[in-house]
Ligand binder design. Structure first.
Ligand SMILES: [Zn+2]
Length: 281
């Protein structure tokens, strides 16, 4: 039976917001790392949480045992006391009339008997019972000393933390999946090697470098991105063209217009040529 109050909904929201802010600038990898650590700590505390119920039962059984032992001890003491006084009474009654006169007054006699009894009462049985009771008491005290409520509230916090990180990781994954899906769905987005093969197959009709108009040496073909990759150009059939090695290295990450200007080439003419080849400028 748990004695902990349920956290109100608005408080949970505030906790979530706080945790979310704490992690908002972290990358997916960092979050995965934190998630693992938090989960390990949570599992460790969960053990105590499970034990909490056990401890309560154990404490109750200890209390019952102590009660039973104390009862037994009192019964034994009472029995010894009864036996002792019965013997004393018996011994007293066996005295002759004159002997009884010599025995001190009844009250004094009883007091001395009680004193004698109290000295004798510490029997081995009683000492054993006392030891057992003390042992159980110290066991019970050591359990009471552990503050489980602290552990449980920490566990609760970790539970919220895990939920938030999990959600954040889910969002990361969703974004990654979206990007992947976009890549797959863009049918015109191809790998450079495929593009190069496609361009090569067209080459017999187009054996001059479209930039410098020099004849292309077949093993010196280079696939050029008309709008450079460095500036966001994509590997699509419309943006790639086979050119000579020399032009490709001169163009590098320049735009077509920059490249033409620097090499005194006719930009308009090259654009026309490229458009005829199905390129988009
Ligand atoms: Zn060229």
């Amino acid at each position: 039976m748990s004695t902990f109050k349920k956290t109100p909904k608005y408080q949970i929201e505030a906790i979530r917001k706080k945790i979310q802010d704490k992690y908002k600038d972290l990358s997916e990898l960092h979050l995965i790392d934190i998630f693992k650590k938090t989960e390990a700590e949570y599992n460790e505390l969960h053990k105590y949480y499970g034990k909490d119920e056990e401890q309560r039962e154990h404490l109750e059984s200890l209390r019952d045992s102590i009660y039973e032992l104390s009862k037994t001890k009192n019964e034994i003491v009472q029995k010894i006391r009864n036996d002792f006084f019965a013997k004393k009474k018996d011994a007293h009654s066996k005295l002759s009339f004159f002997e009884r006169l010599r025995v001190p007054h009844e009250q004094v006699r009883q007091e001395s008997n009680l004193k004698e009894f109290n000295q004798r009462i510490i029997s081995q049985e009683e000492i054993d019972l006392d030891n057992q009771i003390n042992k159980l008491r110290s066991q019970r005290n050591s359990f009471v000393e552990i503050d489980y409520s602290d552990l449980i509230s920490r566990r609760k916090h970790l539970y919220h933390e895990l939920a938030v990180i999990k959600k954040m990781l889910g969002e990361f994954r969703k974004e990654n999946a979206k990007a992947l899906l976009n890549g797959v769905l863009k049918k015109n987005r191809l790998r450079s090697s495929t593009l190069k093969k496609q361009e090569k197959s067209k080459l017999e009709f187009n054996s001059f470098c479209p930039y410098c108009s020099e004849p292309i040496v077949k093993n010196e073909l280079v696939l050029d991105h008309i709008f450079p990759v460095a500036k966001g150009g994509q590997s699509t059939a419309q943006n790639t063209i086979l050119v000579c090695f020399s032009c490709n290295s001169k163009k590098s990450d320049k735009t077509l217009r920059q490249f033409c200007k620097l090499n005194q080439l006719d930009y308009e003419e090259i654009c026309n040529k490229l458009e005829q080849l199905g390129k988009v400028i």
